[in-house]
Structures are given as C-alpha cells and as structure tokens.
Design a protein around this ligand. Structure first.
Ligand SMILES: [Zn+2]
Length: 443
C-alpha cells in the first residue's frame, strides 16, 4: 500500500511542503513544494487542512493510574504523602483492572496524536504477576507501539522503604520475571511494535543489589533501563541517609550511567551531575504536568540537552497529571520551561522536537519520532477548525500555543488508527463505561 499525504497546511519536517509518501509501513519519500511522487500511489489523502507531525512519543506513564485520577485521598499532596495515600488503594489492582486501564490510557494517548508509548509498571500485588503480559495484550489490541517497562519494588516499609509489603516482590522473583518477559516480548529490531525495558521504581523502593543485577540483565538482552530519579528533595534526603550518596552517585555505583538509561523527571541535579549525565548519554523524560501537580520542581531541560542528554516528554501517571494527553504535555513543557529560561529560550519547535525525536531517543529508538525517509510511517494530523485556533497565523506554533488536544487522524506503521478523531474499530463509549466501572473498585 502506497499512500501520499498530499500538500499539508504545515508539516514538522524539512522540505516536505508537497507531503509525505508512505509504503509498507515506512516513509519512502518527502516531497518538496510542487513535486509529485516518483511512482503511482494507491491512496491520496488531501492534507490541505491538516498540520502533520511525527507521531508523538510518550516517555513515561503508569497506565494503571487512570483508575485513580483526581482521587480525594491523594489530591493536594507532595510526592511522598501522595504515594503513601495511594499505595494501599493501588494494592487492590487485579488483572482485569490493569487490562482496561491500559486500553483506556493507550486510546487516550493515541487520540492526542501519540503513536509510541512507554509504560512503567512497578506494582505487583498478589495475583498480578503477569502485569507485562496484560499490557502487551492491551497494546496489541489498540495497535500502538509500546515499550513496556518491567518495573519493580523490593524495598518495603519493613526494610526502610516507602511502599507497603503487599505491593513488592523479592529480587529473585523480579529478576526471573524480567528475564521471562524479555525473552517472550522484547523485539529490538527497527519497526518493533513491542519492546520491553527494565525499570526498578525509585531509590526509595528498591535496593542497590537489584539495581546492579538489573543493569547486567539489560546488557545481556540489549534493552533500555528506566527509573524515577531526582524527582523531589525528599528523595535526595532519603538517598543521603540510606545510601550515603546523592541519587546520581547511586546511578554511577550501580552501572546505570549509559545510553541504555532514561530517567523520569530528573529535576534536582547540580551542574556537575548534569555534565556527567550528558557525557554518559543518559536520557531524561520531562513530565511537566506531574511536576507542577506535585510541586516537585522544574526539570533543567536546556542544560541537560546542551550537555548531551536526550530530552523527551512524558505525561506521567494519571494520578499525578491527571490526563494522558501528549499535546498537553508539549504545551506544559513550553510554559514551565519559559518560567525558568525566559520566552526566547524555549520555542514550540523545541517542545515538538522533545515530544517526538527526543522521547524516541530516550527509548533507544531511531526508527520513529521524525518525518524522515526510512523511518516508520507514524504520523499525527491535526485540523485547525476549532474555535481555539481561529485567527492563528503560524500553524505549527498554533498547535502548541492554542492548545491542540485531539488529532483528526493518526497513522501507525502506515495504517490509519484514528479517523475523524475516533479510534478505528473500537467502541469508545463502551471502553469508557467499562473503565469507569472498574474505577469504582478504587473509591
Ligand atoms: Zn512516574
């Protein structure tokens, strides 16, 4: 199937005013203004009313948290009290809840223009041992590319950690299951639909030997490593008290300072730590909305990028965002970045780059995240005919500044997955009804 996305209103790509040609799931031609495809096409899509972006890439999420959005037990709290309020509620999570939560989160992301998503699942109460299998099944049903990170927690309250005993596993259980899901699902090849990464949750819920063994396992299976790091000042104090070092030193001591690693948040780094992270190529998934909701601080995106770290964007879990909208994540990154760096230092082009190619680099991918010949045909198309865009002059800037939040069309691997702002082949009303039902279990 050869498709021509013809003469878009605007496109986030170089020299492609004539559009994009896709074939067999990949981008095969970018057409400069006035140029026609070099060979006949099977389908021509008139994009003259659409702004075309590479499919957005979400660098951090916790799908299960869609079941506990705006929860009265947790709203209006900082990270540690917020977590302590939610852990016992999350401990009720059963396989059927996770499945419907993952499907809802993926659909919500896709409708916002997202085509590849990372999920960090670290919660393993009894009965939920096959969490990764469940998320992979949901991603296949929805048709999105994913990196499911096999999260883990082995340091509970009885050992001085933050989570209760009911949601953690032993290091042996964690490592055995990590190896199992890597063998079963991880596809390192270009164009992969499913990848697995390994993701001990945070310094206050894992121990050092688990970090070390996880890094070795990632090396053996050629997968990425992910964790929460330097999210709050509380975490820094915890590391100094328990490990006697700062969080970045913990990363260094456990073999995590490499291109395999991307971190969620990455707020409380000093200058010297930023230089070390940049030199090692450690990526940072900036989650602006969550950082504002939990009052955690502002990620030093510009310094990190200058130092050499890939910078991506994530929505973070839906209990601290509380939405899974990637376009909103771009807008929030622009707004909060300007508070730190001033109006000229972060533009719509920066956040568009972070939310696409930057996030893809965090996930270790160079086959998605950019409209370029040879990359996967993952595209998000937006129309500007809502009242919020009326009167806008720069179409690309308008997507971010006027607050685009719903794509008109989404293509993943050359196939239309969203048409007229609706997911193809999916009963959205039923999905929402089933998900709302499941959420009642967590009241
Ligand atoms: Zn998170």
């Amino acid at each position: 199937m050869r498709t021509w996305i013809k003469t878009p209103l605007a496109i986030f790509a170089d020299d492609a005013a004539g559009g994009v040609v896709t074939e067999d799931g990949r981008i095969v031609e970018l057409l400069p203004d006035g140029r026609l495809p070099t060979a006949p096409v099977d389908e021509t899509f008139d994009a003259s009313r659409h702004v075309v972006l590479p499919g957005l890439v979400n660098a951090h999420h916790h799908f299960y948290q869609t079941l506990t959005r705006a929860h009265p037990a947790a709203i209006n709290k900082d990270l540690f009290p917020w977590l302590k309020a939610l852990y016992p509620i999350w401990a009720r999570l059963k396989p059927a809840h996770l499945k419907i939560a993952a499907k809802l989160a993926l659909t919500e992301l896709m409708l916002s223009g997202c085509t590849t998503a990372a999920d960090h699942h670290y919660l393993y109460p009894k009965g939920l041992e096959n969490a990764v299998d469940i998320e992979v099944e949901a991603a296949r049903e929805i048709g999105m590319r994913v990196t499911i990170t096999r999260g883990s927690m082995n340091l509970s309250e009885k050992d001085g950690g933050l989570p209760p005993d009911s949601v953690v596993q032993s290091a042996d259980e964690i490592l055995a299951d990590s190896e199992r899901v890597l063998k079963l699902f991880h596809d390192p090849k270009p164009g992969a639909e499913i990848r697995v990464a390994l993701a001990p949750c945070s310094p206050f819920s894992i121990d050092k030997p688990l970090m070390i063994e996880t890094a070795k396992l990632a090396e053996r299976h050629d997968c990425q490593l992910h964790t929460h790091l330097c999210e709050t000042a509380d975490e820094e104090r915890f590391c100094l008290e328990v490990y006697g070092v700062r969080p970045v030193d913990l990363l260094e001591e456990t073999g995590w300072m490499s291109k395999r690693t991307w971190l969620a948040h990455g707020i409380h780094f000093n200058d010297q730590e930023i230089a070390r992270l940049g030199k090692a190529g450690v990526g940072v998934g900036h989650c602006a909305a969550s950082n504002m909701v939990l009052a955690s601080g502002i990620c030093r995106t510009c310094e990190l990028e200058r130092a050499g770290s890939p910078v991506g964007l994530g929505v973070d879990g839906s209990a601290s965002n509380d939405s899974s909208n990637m376009m909103e994540a771009l807008r929030h990154a622009l707004m909060i970045g300007r508070l730190r760096y001033g109006a000229a230092s972060i533009t719509h082009l920066d956040v568009l780059r972070w939310g696409t190619e930057g996030s893809a680099r965090c996930l270790g991918r160079d086959d998605v995240g950019k409209i370029e010949v040879g990359r996967q045909a993952d595209l998000a198309l937006f129309r500007l005919d809502e009242p919020r865009f009326s009167g806008a002059h720069d179409a690309l800037a308008a997507l971010v500044l006027c607050g685009a939040h719903r794509a008109d069309r989404v293509m993943i691997g050359g196939r239309w997955r969203v048409i007229d702002s609706a997911p193809v082949g999916l009963d959205l009303e039923k999905l929402i009804a089933d998900h709302s039902d499941a959420a009642r279990h967590f009241a």
